[in-house]
Design a protein around this ligand. Structure first.
Ligand code: PGA
Length: 251
């Protein structure tokens, strides 16, 4: 079976002390997760949270972003090497908030994917359509072109490291989850597009996570869909009990 993953995206929330308390609470409650559990903490927390979860199997930390250049005069930015040196295994790339508020476009994201892979990080590449695109019923081609523009330059070997997160923008932080049928439809289409580019074996092995108001109540139904391989969780990852329930909903 494909790798299953539940990744928390803490965004710009928690102090280091709060983050440590949260990660410790989750680590203590999770037993034999059926997939990888990832904490996407603020960059300032990575090292201490990483230390706190050391020794717990299947738990990892992720950066929420990295700069597209290896290093240099980019005040305030975080490099892929820095994330690696803090102990990160994964990095979230192309979250819709980065695209919207920090003007990250497909071309820049392609470079971020490259540097992440080059430095040995696993990119969790986010894609997803805004509400008007969903209403126009062009979401499948919209998401396919996001994938094409930022990922399809990768070789098959490089692509086999990628995790995709489908996050319809209208569902993020809104409490308006995609129905399990809507999620399955889109995940199926994404996998079909990947198969067209990289072949069925690679597409079948690529984890595709759902994100957008996924919570303790709806996770089991979403994860129960054949092409949904876990979730990227925002708000509900900040509550230890809810996050653990979501982790336990993996199939
Ligand atoms: P949400 O966020 O779960 O709070 O909707 C998901 C995300 O932005 O990754």
């Amino acid at each position: 079976m494909r790798q299953q993953i539940v990744a928390g995206n803490w965004k710009m929330n928690t102090t280091i002390a709060e983050g440590l308390e949260l990660a410790r609470a989750v680590a203590e409650k999770v037993q034999n997760p059926r997939g990888a559990v990832v904490f996407g903490t603020p960059a300032t927390h990575l090292e201490s949270v990483g230390q706190a979860i050391k020794g717990y199997e299947h738990l990892y930390i992720a950066g929420q972003n990295c700069h597209q250049e290896a290093k240099g005069a980019y005040t305030g930015e975080i490099s892929a090497d820095m994330l690696v040196s803090a102990g990160a295994t994964y990095v979230i790339i192309g979250h819709s908030e980065r695209r919207q508020y920090f003007k990250e476009d497909n071309e820049m994201l392609a470079k971020k994917v490259d540097i992440a892979l080059q430095k040995g990080l696993i990119p969790i590449f986010c894609c997803g359509e805004p509400l008007e695109i969903r209403e126009e019923d062009t979401h499948v081609s919209y998401v396919s072109s996001q994938l094409e523009a930022s990922l399809y330059h990768l070789t098959e070997e490089q692509f086999s490291k990628i995790v995709i997160a489908y996050e319809p923008i209208w569902a993020i932080g809104t409490g308006k989850t995609a129905s399990s049928a809507q999620a399955q439809e889109m995940h199926f289409e994404i996998r079909k597009a990947l198969a067209g580019k990289y072949g069925a074996t690679v597409a079948d092995a690529t984890p595709i996570l759902y994100g957008g108001s996924c919570n303790a109540t709806n996770a089991a139904e979403l994860f129960g869909q054949p092409d949904v391989d876990g979730g990227l969780i925002g708000g509900a990852s900040l509550k230890a009990d809810d996050f653990v329930t979501i982790i336990n909903a993996l199939k």
